[in-house]
Design a protein around this ligand. Structure first.
Ligand code: ACO
Length: 433
């Protein structure tokens, strides 16, 4: 339905008609501006899960879910993955334009200057059990950074905000690699700033002091692509969490920790881990129909992990790139026939021909193939979502920064439809039944 010519909508409540403006963006659906609704009618709107609610005004990322398009600041994700890299994309997301040569060099310096973490941060790690999930560690240590940068809560100062963003982008790979090394009992590796962002991350994860680390350009490129693909995705659950936490002017490090917590869930970033467990559980292609049947059964909580998306009602463009990258990485690593990849492709083929998945427009999402690439790169399953968090940090900080500098910004404070008890008198314990 096209609403392009509409400028306002009328709503009649109990004989009173009010006019609500329609705000039009540069692309995507227009929105009804309901800010005066409560004052004028005493009514609220009800939209659990925000399926019809625009929570903010943003210029960063655009998704066309019906066409399967994803743009960062107007640039198609396919072109950025092919022609750019994570550092440039980070600049683009933060500042709105691709950097020129000098801006790129300065930005790279601004980031690498902050890659080290305070030595006392390593003490936090020893407090965690060896079997702690690295996402649990990340929620803790990123939140703990707020105690080292207390003045970052001066969020009204633009340069303080900018430095907090640089610090977060710079320190996330260091902290993530420390989480991994802690879990396997290896010493922490300091960052090496002459490497690329992806290369430095891989080296910190996998190098040991006793051996010379040789960085594979194939893995470096694959990691860079993965980071670009996950860098931002407009107002998803974790980004909205960061915005909501940040709307109270909370310390940005604490806000990003809240985003990491939201990302962890299997319905969001944790799905890549769940996809691999699901494929392992399916095991062989002959068992696919059984799992498809379970996914369609309303009485079975099982869902096909890595399938479906709130916004994409067509193929997730990131999944397409992931599938290609998956083939490239496996070929270059000399993996001839990866049984999980073969199984995943067969599962995708069967699901995409099934009327249930066709009708509900359920396509593979970004998480469907990423786990297989990570596995080929020898990245442990528990680190999958951590890598997602490393990549998404630039999206989170860009959205946080945009929110704080928005003159319309207010503390986020949703309302509710109350269905609890009406007021009643307190009953002393001896009189309760
Ligand atoms: N398998 C089977 N059925 C599904 C699936 C799935 N993966 N996803 C959705 N459906 C069905 C639902 O049962 C529902 O059916 P109904 O209308 O008969 O009740 C319908 O499709 C719509 O699903 P909702 O859950 O209402 O859609 P929503 O937009 O709320 O959820 C979500 C999107 C959470 C991603 C969902 O598709 C899902 O759980 N997928 C599996 C987990 C996953 O891969 N998450 C990663 C998302 S991408 C990311 O965060 C990076």
């Amino acid at each position: 339905m096209s609403h392009e010519s509409l400028k306002t909508v009328q709503l009649t409540v109990g004989g009173k008609t009010i006019t609500l403006p329609i705000l039009t963006g540069t692309d995507g659906p227009s929105v009804i501006d309901i800010r005066t609704l409560y004052a004028e009618t005493g009514l609220l709107t009800y939209d659990p899960g925000f399926t019809s609610t625009a929570s903010c005004d943003s210029t960063i990322t655009f998704i066309d879910g019906d066409k399967g398009r994803l743009l960062y600041r107007g640039y198609p994700i396919e072109q950025l993955v092919e022609q750019s890299d994570f550092m440039e994309v980070s600049y683009l997301l933060m500042y709105g334009e691709l950097p020129n040569v000098s801006q790129r060099a300065h930005f790279s310096q601004d980031i690498t200057y902050h890659t080290l973490v305070h030595e006392q941060i390593s003490d936090f790690y020893s407090g965690f059990g060896r079997d702690a999930h690295p996402m649990a560690i990340m929620v803790g240590v990123v939140g703990a950074l707020s105690s080292f940068y207390h003045n970052s809560k001066e969020t009204q100062d633009e340069s303080t905000r900018e430095v907090a963003c640089w610090r977060l982008i710079a320190k996330m790979p260091t902290l993530a690699a420390m989480a991994y090394n802690y879990s396997v009992g290896r010493p922490f590796t300091y960052p090496k700033n002459n490497l690329s962002y992806a290369g430095n991350f891989l080296r910190m994860m996998f190098s040991v002091p006793s051996e010379e680390y040789i960085l594979s350009p194939v893995l470096e490129r694959a990691m860079d692509r993965i980071l670009v693909l996950h860098a931002d995705h407009e107002q998803n659950a974790s980004t909205s969490t960061v915005r909501l936490a940040g709307s109270s002017a909370a310390n940005p490090f604490a806000c990003i920790a809240s985003g990491i917590a939201a990302l962890w869930g299997p319905a969001h970033g944790g799905a890549n881990e769940a996809v691999l467990s699901m494929l392992t559980e399916i095991g062989t292609a002959d068992r696919i129909p059984e799992f498809i049947k379970r996914a369609k059964d309303k009485n079975d909580p099982f869902r096909l992990m890595g399938f479906g998306h709130r916004i994409y009602k067509n193929y997730d463009p990131r999944a397409k790139i992931m599938r290609e990258t998956c083939h490239e990485v496996l070929a270059e690593l000399g993996v001839k026939n990866d049984p999980l990849l073969t199984l995943a492709m067969e599962l995708e083929r069967i699901a995409l021909e099934d009327p249930y998945f066709i009708e509900k427009k359920l396509y593979p999402n970004v998480d469907f193939y990423s786990g297989i690439i990570f596995r080929a790169m020898k990245i442990p399953v528990s680190m999958f979502t951590v890598i997602f968090a490393v990549a998404r940090t630039v999206g989170w900080v860009s959205q946080w920064r945009e929110m704080i500098s928005d003159p319309m910004q207010k503390i986020g404070r949703p309302r509710q439809l109350y269905r609890g008890n009406i007021e009643r008198p307190f009953v002393p314990v001896e009189k309760r039944g």
